[in-house]
Design a protein around this ligand. Structure first.
Ligand code: SAM
Length: 218
C-alpha cells in the first residue's frame, strides 16, 4: 500500500506528487493539518480562505469519507475545491509534502501522533517539520487534562509521557527538531474551530487545552 493516498468518499486512490505540487502552486498558501480526523477543520478553513489549499492528513481514511465526498461535489452543490484529504501517517512524512506547507496544524492528537508531539519525539517531529518552509507557522492544540493526569496517561498506555510544561527539555527538543522557541498557553473552553474531538473533550466541561505555537527556522 502506498504511504499516501487521496481520499474521496470511501475509496482512497493514488496521490500524484506532481499533481499535488501543481495544486499547491495554484493557491497563495498551503495548510497541512496532521491527524485531521473527520476533517471538519479543513473543510471550514477551505471555505473561509478560498486562496488557500487546505490539506487534511490522517491514517484512518474512513473517518474522512463523508467530508471528502462533500468537498468533491461541484461548488454549486457545496463542494470545496481547495480542500484535499489524504490517508497517511505522520511517521511517513514528508514524502510529497516536503516543503509544501505555509501553515501546519495538529489538533488534539492521540495515539502515536500524541506521543510525537507531547514527548516530543525529535526524529518524528522533524518529519512533520520537513513539510514546511522557513517561517511556516506550527500550531498544536493538546488535550491538557490528559497530559496533567498521571493515572490517566498510564491507563491509556502513555507511561512515557509527562506534562510538557513540567518537561525541562520540551522547548529545547522542539528547537532541536527545527523550530524557533515555542510559546505555550493554557486555554479553557471551546477551541476556536470545529474539532469533533476538541469539542467532545472540552466543550462545557471546563477542561483545558494546551496551545503550543512556533515557526520553522531557516
Ligand atoms: C483525537 S483525534 C483528533 C482529530 C481532529 N484533529 C479533531 O480535532 O477533531 C486524533 C487523530 O489523530 C490521528 N492520528 C493518530 N496517530 C497518527 C499518526 N501517527 N499520524 C497522523 N495522524 C494520527 C487519529 O487517526 C485521529 O484521527
Amino acid at each position: 500500500m502506498a504511504d499516501f493516498e487521496r481520499v474521496i468518499g470511501k475509496k482512497p486512490g493514488p496521490l500524484d506528487p506532481a499533481w499535488l505540487a501543481e495544486q499547491s502552486g495554484s493557491y497563495d498558501r498551503t495548510h497541512l493539518d496532521v491527524g485531521t480526523g473527520s476533517g471538519e477543520f479543513i473543510f471550514d478553513l477551505a471555505g473561509e480562505t478560498p486562496d488557500l489549499l487546505a490539506i487534511g492528513l490522517d491514517p484512518v481514511s474512513e473517518n474522512m469519507a463523508t467530508i471528502s465526498r462533500k468537498a468533491s461535489a461541484s461548488v454549486k452543490k457545496g463542494g470545496m475545491p481547495n480542500a484535499l484529504f489524504v490517508r497517511g501517517a505522520a511517521e511517513a512524512l514528508p514524502g510529497p509534502f516536503a516543503a509544501l506547507a505555509d501553515e501546519i496544524s495538529i489538533n488534539y492528537p492521540w495515539g502515536s501522533l500524541m506521543r510525537i508531539i507531547a514527548k516530543p519525539d525529535v526524529e518524528q517531529l522533524r518529519k512533520i517539520i520537513a513539510c514546511g518552509k522557513p517561517g511556516t507557522k506550527l500550531s498544536i492544540y493538546l488535550n491538557y487534562d490528559v497530559l496533567k493526569n498521571r493515572d490517566y496517561l498510564d491507563r491509556m498506555g502513555f507511561e512515557d509521557l509527562i506534562d510538557p510544561l513540567d518537561n525541562p527539555d520540551f522547548d529545547s527538543d522542539c528547537q532541536q527538531a527545527g523550530l524557533a522557541p515555542v510559546t505555550h498557553r493554557v486555554m479553557a473552553g471551546d477551541p476556536p474551530f470545529r474539532s469533533k474531538w476538541g469539542r467532545q473533550l472540552i466543550r462545557g466541561s471546563g477542561r483545558q487545552t494546551l496551545i503550543v505555537e512556533s515557526h520553522i527556522l531557516p
